[in-house]
Design a protein around this ligand. Structure first.
Ligand SMILES: NC(=O)c1ccc[n+]([C@@H]2O[C@H](COP(=O)([O-])OP(=O)(O)OC[C@H]3O[C@@H](n4cnc5c(N)ncnc54)[C@H](OP(=O)(O)O)[C@@H]3O)[C@@H](O)[C@H]2O)c1
Length: 206
């Protein structure tokens, strides 16, 4: 399976590329700038391309751009994505004097992306910090995933199972993205309070 990391030149895209390459996935790092993509890809020994070319070549498109560019990027890549499944990892954060807050937008980023494109959108991996994900070994935490399209969600769950030593957990429909995206603010606040690199582990699963 070929996975395109749109905006994959950032810390999360690079960390994801490391784990996916290790797991045997064909990875294409995408960027708005072909040279930036080529430079990042060369360091990892994977392919690099413009975001548009990366999306056209992929079996799964992961939107790893800066969160506030994710919806606009999906809109711009609508034709290139076509009916290919898309994974949204984005979470919007508001930094205030009282702490980090989730966005007050009415719908999740994942839902807003789904409103722009034909391919089925799955949301997940929000609780995996790039610093944990891209470490020497896969992190000891779970990867939480949600979506409405069974086949797309199964493909993402299979991919997510390679990223950590924990579980890839199906968290239900795409409507759960609101909660998964919001959890990022919780984790950032925990990290600040405890000077930690926290992840999530669900208990009670068989
Ligand atoms: N960092 C984490 O620990 C973490 C954890 C879980 C989820 N996430 C999510 O993963 C995504 C990427 O996070 P990151 O920390 O890697 O982000 P980042 O480094 O800020 O940005 C990633 C890439 O996005 C592209 N970009 C920047 N502004 C853009 C815009 N306005 N439109 C389109 N592309 C733009 C840039 O690539 P080019 O300039 O090469 O195009 C940049 O290298 C975010 O949605 C974030 O919420 C991050």
């Amino acid at each position: 399976m070929k996975v395109a990391l749109i905006g994959g030149t950032g810390s999360f895209g690079i960390a994801l590329a490391v784990r996916l390459r290790e797991a045997g996935y064909a990875v294409v790092i995408g960027s708005r700038d072909a040279q930036r993509a080529a430079a990042a890809a060369a360091e990892l020994g994977v392919e690099g391309a413009t975001n548009d070319d990366a999306a056209r070549a992929a079996d799964l498109v992961v939107l790893t751009t800066k969160a506030d560019g994710a919806v606009e990027t999906a809109r711009a890549l609508r034709d290139a994505i076509g009916t290919t499944p898309v994974l949204s990892v984005a979470a919007e954060l508001r930094f205030t004097k009282d702490g980090v807050l989730p966005t007050d937008e009415a719908t999740s980023i994942a839902q807003r992306i789904q409103d722009e494109i034909a391919g089925p959108v799955v949301a997940g991996l929000h609780s995996l910090a790039a610093s944990n994900l891209g470490g020497e070994a896969p992190p000891d935490e779970d990867a939480l995933v949600c979506g409405d399209d069974r086949a797309a969600k199964d493909a993402v769950l299979e991919l997510a199972a390679h990223l950590t030593t924990g579980r890839a957990v199906d968290c239900g429909p795409l409507a759960s993205a609101r909660a998964l995206e919001g959890m990022t603010a919780v984790i950032v606040n925990v990290n600040k309070r405890y000077r930690a690199h926290a992840g999530v582990r669900l208990t009670g699963l068989h």
